[in-house]
Ligand binder design. Structure first.
Ligand code: PGA
Length: 249
């Protein structure tokens, strides 16, 4: 059985002080969670949040990670720097980074490999736009994205990563994929992992759904056999809303 993982992507929201307060408010609400709980504040908030969640079941994630170890990369943050701030997970290849900052599958792969080298679990985001879905490309595209992003990993490494299936048309739009659409897409990704990395990796890798997931739809989505949790944007910005997703049952 795969243990579900619910991660909150706070995106470009919260100052360090606000982030620490949100983390503190969340802790008692998710203390009894039956899944892994991760929060991904902005990078400048990581150092403020880490001591707040220390010793609790809430884990720290970053929203991006650079692929080089150090050097002349103005504005970037390395995996080792994140690790030193207490980060255990890093989102890579989010569709907003693909849409606004030229993120590619190849770069997502480098970021994921750099995270793994530093002992950080990558949360690799894949997903189709509405026109790609309407054209019938969804499964081919998301499998391609997932396989490029995992290139060079061993089967054992793939078993330990997280993939987030996030249809672009569902992110921040209030339009959630149906339980069946999300389950089918995630099954396609898992089948692609199975063909490439084998049964053990495919059966172990956790694949989340993301896109307008909230308390009212989380239970239905997570009851699907292929869906191993969620990557939550808007509904992660209030402690009560995020806790509703975490405690969906
Ligand atoms: P949303 O964002 O929950 O606000 O749709 C999800 C995401 O971007 O990861």
């Amino acid at each position: 059985m795969r243990r579900p993982i619910i991660a909150g992507n706070w995106k470009m929201n919260k100052t360090p002080e606000e982030a620490a307060a949100l983390a503190a408010a969340l802790i008692p609400l998710v203390a009894g969670a039956d899944c892994d709980v991760v929060i991904c504040p902005p990078a400048v908030c990581l150092a403020a949040v880490a001591p707040v969640i220390a010793g609790t079941n809430v884990r720290l994630g970053a929203q991006n990670v650079h692929y080089e170890a150090s050097g002349a990369y103005t504005g970037e943050i390395s995996a080792a720097m994140l690790k030193a701030c207490g980060v255990e997970y890093a989102i890579v290849g989010h569709s907003e980074r693909r849409a606004y900052y030229g993120e590619t599958d190849a770069k997502a792969n480098l970021r994921a490999l750099a995270a793994l080298r530093a002992g950080i679990v990558p949360i690799i985001c894949v997903g189709e736009t509405l026109s790609e879905r309407d054209a019938g490309y969804t499964d081919a595209l998301i499998v391609y994205q997932a396989l490029i992003a995992t290139a060079g990993m061993t089967a054992a490494e793939v078993a330990g990563i997280v993939i987030a299936y996030e249809p672009v048309w569902a992110i921040g739009t209030g339009r959630v994929a149906t339980d069946g659409e999300a389950n089918d897409a995630i099954r396609a990704i898992r089948d692609g992992i199975r063909r490439t990395f084998g049964d053990a990796a495919a059966d172990a890798v956790r694949i989340q759904y993301g896109g307008s997931m909230k308390g009212s739809n989380a239970a239905g989505l997570m009851a699907q056999p292929e869906i191993d949790g969620g990557l939550i944007g808007g509904a992660s910005l209030k402690a009560e809303d995020f806790a509703e997703v975490v405690n969906r049952r």
